[in-house]
Write a protein that binds this ligand. Sequence first.
Ligand code: B12
Ligand code: SF4
Length: 491
Amino acid sequence: MVNSPMRILLVSPDSKVWNSRAHIHNGLGYLAGALLANGYPDVTLHDGAVEDQSVAQVLDRARAESRAYDVVGVSAPTVLIENAWATARDAHARGAITILGGPHLTLQPDESIQKPEVDLVVRGEGEETIVEILRVLGKVNSQQSTVNSPELANILGLSWRTVDGRVMHNLDRPLRSDLDNIPLPAYHLFKIERYTNLQPLTDGLDPHARAYTIVTSRGCPYKCTYCSKPITGDTWRGRSVENVITEWQMLVQDFRATEIGITDDIWNLDLKRAKELCRALIDEKLNTVPWVTIHGMKVNHTDLELFELMKKAGCKRVGFGVESGDEYILKRVVKKSQTMEQVRAAFKNAKAARLQTMGFFIYGMPGETEATMEKTTQLALELDPDLANFMIAAPFPGTELWKLVEKQGILFSHTWDDYAIHSDKAHFQVGDLTAELVERKWHEAYRRFYFRPSRLARRLLMRDTWLNAPQRAHDALRFFRGANARAGAHG
Ligand code: B12
Ligand code: SF4
């Protein structure tokens, strides 16, 4: 049933979880880049966040036009896994081979490979795995035998089923350290005009920017207890500055990017390299296109010189994971490996360099009390970033937080959809800390931070408020309605 060349549809399933911004899905871009570089020219991206048609409609139309897709690959973080299964059901019912990959599949492969609509599950970084799978699929002629072919046993990072239905989890694929050799994402496949700018309230940035994202390193050696990083892992691997600059040039010159976001787990782990990258952006005159740090920087790998270089290199805004205003919670519960002094210094230096700032704060970690959450709100008010992201703690599978809640707490979330960090509901209770208290302190933090007279007055003076008045009114309305999508990203 598989003819050459194979037609491949790579999908990010639709989501109501994150509806304030629409970013390109770099993981799908990387997979498509690897396929194109390895002789699979017929690849289409379908990002549910920006498409008008459902995957079922796309598949039906393709079949009607005698160009049916052979393989449908679906990507899923934990919050999208239910949508990913639904997409797999639609694709399988229409005769496509279904492959699922992404963070949730890496954490819980068994759950998905048990489902009849899921043919193959890819764990970890997928560029090499998907190419190896397609080589095997391309060799045999019936769908039944391809997805159960014994040759699949040689593919690292793959979970699959044998002909007699046994589930096989092959060995993990080691993390690649030669990131410079990974083919660049197939940026030309994104419908870029359908995406929004990367962060809200970015004064001077166009809400309809041609916004691309870039991954300059993968992995992070820190072990914050709430953080789920099954794909990129604990070993930091950086691309060379030259290799990053080549991609940056391509984004600016070939793709006419008007905004760029660095999405690394921790792009500034190596302070020297971070500074070199900024100097190279200045030298290559790439500093005319504004950029932001999406996932947040780690405060203890910064200094004033870095922020000044970032400003010169075109950076518009920096985000920091602050998490808690209580020393004990920060050190012993969140295990953030940073001090309050380092947090204050990072904000002070970033502001001195005239960068906009963003802070991420968590409410409801185990052991918290009204007093510790109050300290967090006080710290947010003191640091006074341009944008504050208050999140209720969410226990993602595999994290230390998840293990603790499993052992000592009561979990309120019953489906994977419930794990959205930006939901306004507490996900668990540990000890005396009630859901009602966490939710109250979280709502209060938003209200006290965003509706201070001094902040409202400042916003009225910002160009962005007036240039994008309808969008701002829409954001405010959503806040008052208590909808679950909040501004910003995560840190
Ligand atoms: C940028 C980013 C975002 C962006 C854009 C997301 C997007 N569309 O890509 C925004 C800000 C919108 C976002 C939102 C959220 N995010 Co986010 N995000 C990231 C971040 C920082 C980078 C993603 C990235 O580009 N990675 C690099 C690429 C190369 O990796 P990748 O996408 O995982 O893809 C690789 C593999 O997973 C695999 N793969 C992926 N899909 C598939 C499919 C197939 C078929 C195959 C074979 C392989 C495969 O191959 C790819 C290439 O190696 C990651 C952290 C990280 N470093 O990954 C968090 C991360 C993915 N996000 C996370 C979370 C929790 C969220 C939110 C739920 C937060 C919230 N608001 O509540 C939302 C969910 C939104 C949504 N609908 O997905 C978690 C996910 C944890 C989990 N267990 O699922 C991560 C891992 C951060 C963390 N450490 O906690 N996020
Ligand atoms: S939150 Fe950031 S610093 Fe902490 S482990 Fe995750 S990626 Fe690393």
